[in-house]
Design a protein around this ligand. Structure first.
Ligand SMILES: Nc1ncnc2c1ncn2[C@@H]1O[C@H](COP(=O)(O)OP(=O)(O)OP(=O)(O)O)[C@@H](O)[C@H]1O
Ligand SMILES: [Mg+2]
Length: 158
């Protein structure tokens, strides 16, 4: 499924809608180039879950946990950009918390899949300054069914 996000606000809103589908133990892997909007989307997810703390992508932090909000789900936000490989990922010991949390990994393709039996891959493409195209790739589990409920495009005319 492909969705167009004309503005950053749309991407944020989409993250909130995605958050409503998320359950404990879920893994979401975000792909796309620098500045695509992976962190922006994660901020929308965090907003939807109402987790504690501001979601950022600071230079030296690889993984940050955000305490659960009313939705009852903590968010584990991982930026794998600087990870050199599987060993470093394992050293973060994410498995321990991942079962009770939603895990969102930026730059995790080819690395983070092993954190869960199934995952949702969200690929973000840049089209010019503001426009983004988001492609959702369900990878196992019941992700395909869940993703179907997101079919209505964000900001579509009523
Ligand atoms: N349609 C859009 N969707 C998402 N972000 C957008 C959009 N239009 C503009 N932006 C802007 O693009 C930037 C995306 O930055 P962001 O840090 O989210 O990217 P990223 O994919 O996480 O990059 P990095 O690989 O460095 O982590 C933000 O400044 C955001 O406001
Ligand atoms: Mg980022």
């Amino acid at each position: 499924m492909r969705l167009t996000m004309p503005t950053a606000a749309c991407t944020h809103e989409f993250g909130k809608r995605l958050a409503a589908l998320l359950r404990a133990g879920d893994l979401v892997i975000l792909t796309g180039p620098l500045g695509a909007g992976k962190t922006a989307l994660t901020q929308g997810i965090g907003d939807g879950l109402e987790v504690a703390g501001r979601i950022t992508s600071p230079t030296f932090v690889i993984a940050r946990g955000h305490r659960a909000g009313p939705a009852g789900l903590p968010l584990l936000h991982v930026d794998a950009y600087r990870l050199e490989g599987l060993d470093e990922l394992d050293d973060l010991d994410l498995d321990t918390d991942a079962a009770d949390s939603v895990t969102v990994v930026e730059w995790g393709a080819g690395l983070a899949e092993r954190l869960a039996e199934s995952h949702l891959e969200v690929a973000i493409e840049r089209h010019g300054d503001e426009s983004r195209e988001i492609a959702l790739h369900p990878r196992g589990g019941d992700w395909a069914e869940r993703v179907d409920t997101l079919a209505e495009p964000v900001g579509a005319a009523a």
